[in-house]
Structure formats: C-alpha cells, structure tokens
Design a protein around this ligand. Structure first.
Ligand code: SF4
Length: 221
C-alpha cells in the first residue's frame, strides 16, 4: 500500500451509511460530504430527467425483484422503466451467438434492437501499430476491436440504452466513454473464468492464490 494511502470506503468496516446501525469512522466520506453536494444528489435522483428516472428504476428493480430475476431479465425491466424503445448491443465477436439470443429476448419483450460487433470497420491490428507477433494468430489477418466505432454507430441509431456484451477490458472503457446512451454491462469478459471475473476474488485464498503472489504480479505488464 502507498505510504500516502488516503483512507476511503475500502478501509471501512462499519458501512454505516447503509442502515445507520453502527457508527461512522473518522475518515467517513458521508460525514465529510458537503451538504450542498448531498442536496444536489437529492435533486437529481428525485427529478424527472434521465438520471433521476434511471436511479429510481434501478432502486425499484433492486427492491422488487431482489434475487428473483436474472440480469438478462432485469435489463429488459430497466429498459422498460426508463422508457427505452431501442436497445444497442455492443458485442464481442466471441459472444455473437449470446448477443443474438439476448436481442431475440429483448425483441420478444417489445424492444427494437441494433447490434454492433467489436470488429466493425475491419481495421487490422497492424494498421494501429500492433506487432504481428502479438496477434492472437500471428501471420493472419486479425482486425482490432473498434469500440469507438461501436459507440458512434449506436449513437447514430439514437439508441436509448446500450448494453455491453463481453467487451475486453479497456475496449469497454472506450465504448462507455464514447456512448451517448447510458451503458449497462451484461457480460464482463474473462477468458479464463468463463466471464465470471469475481471468481478470482472468491478463490483468492485457494485456486486463485496467485493474484497475491507479489513477484508474479509485479512481472505482469
Ligand atoms: S461512506 Fe462512511 S460509513 Fe459508508 S463505507 Fe464509506 S467510510 Fe464507511
């Protein structure tokens, strides 16, 4: 940990901001909050703009369907509750079949869908300066992912909500950064853990102990 590590919620064992059944730590972010910022949050979340409607829809779904709906189903309910009609799907090529199934589900639920694959634009990795030897399959044509174009094409279609399906780490960041519509993630890519990245944390004391092998981790660049 850095010497100048600033204490934050990650260091808090009280979590008193949730149910007010404990006490706040000295460094509590809630306690330190500027009252005007709290008021601003309240106004936003109570308001009729998209941020407020999204905040209430998410909270309502959490409470109404807690542990009852899959994320696939929750995404449709969320889209309905914010008045979305057209859903953009930014998909990884490796998840195109799952994206087709998801689109079919959304269409059955009354949504229009538009799917854009990560390889859209077909720009070879060599063209953006990636050496051939670190292609997944050196010597072959291999298009790079194009998350900015995925976002721009969905922006052109004026989608109301975009769903990221299996985009790579970093490609998802670019997609979210350039998407005009709000983005939710259906699948967080993890090629090792069958798209269940949290398994590395659940098993950090056993099968995935390697994530705390400092020497190994220091060598990951
Ligand atoms: S806001 Fe305060 S009480 Fe809540 S987790 Fe952060 S430090 Fe803990």
């Amino acid at each position: 940990m850095a010497e100048d590590h600033e204490l934050s919620c990650g260091d808090c064992r009280q979590l008193n901001c949730y149910r007010h059944d404990k006490s706040y730590p000295k460094f509590c972010l809630t306690e330190a909050l500027d009252p005007s910022l709290r008021a601003e949050m309240l106004e936003t979340y109570r308001g009729d703009e998209l941020d407020g409607r999204m905040a209430r829809a998410a909270a309502e779904i959490e409470g109404t369907y807690y542990g009852k709906l899959t994320r696939v189903e929750e995404t449709l309910v969320f889209a309905r509750r914010i008045g979305a009609k057209k859903i953009g799907i930014a998909t990884c090529i490796g998840m195109i079949e799952e994206s087709r199934t998801f689109a079919r589900f959304l269409q059955m639920g009354g949504m229009d869908t538009y799917v854009v694959l990560c390889k859209v634009g077909s720009i070879d990795k060599l063209e953006i300066g990636i050496p051939d030897e670190i292609k997944v399959k050196p010597g072959l044509d291999e298009s790079c992912c194009n998350p900015i174009l995925q976002a721009l094409l969905l922006n052109e279609r004026k989608t109301d909500l975009n769903v990221a399906v299996g985009l790579c780490v970093g490609h998802d960041s670019l997609f979210i950064r350039h998407s005009e519509a709000p983005v939710t993630v259906l699948v967080a890519k993890d090629r090792v853990l069958a798209h269940n990245p949290v398994a590395a944390l659940y098993t950090s004391h056993s099968y995935c102990r390697r994530i705390f092998d400092k020497e190994r981790v220091d060598g990951l660049v």
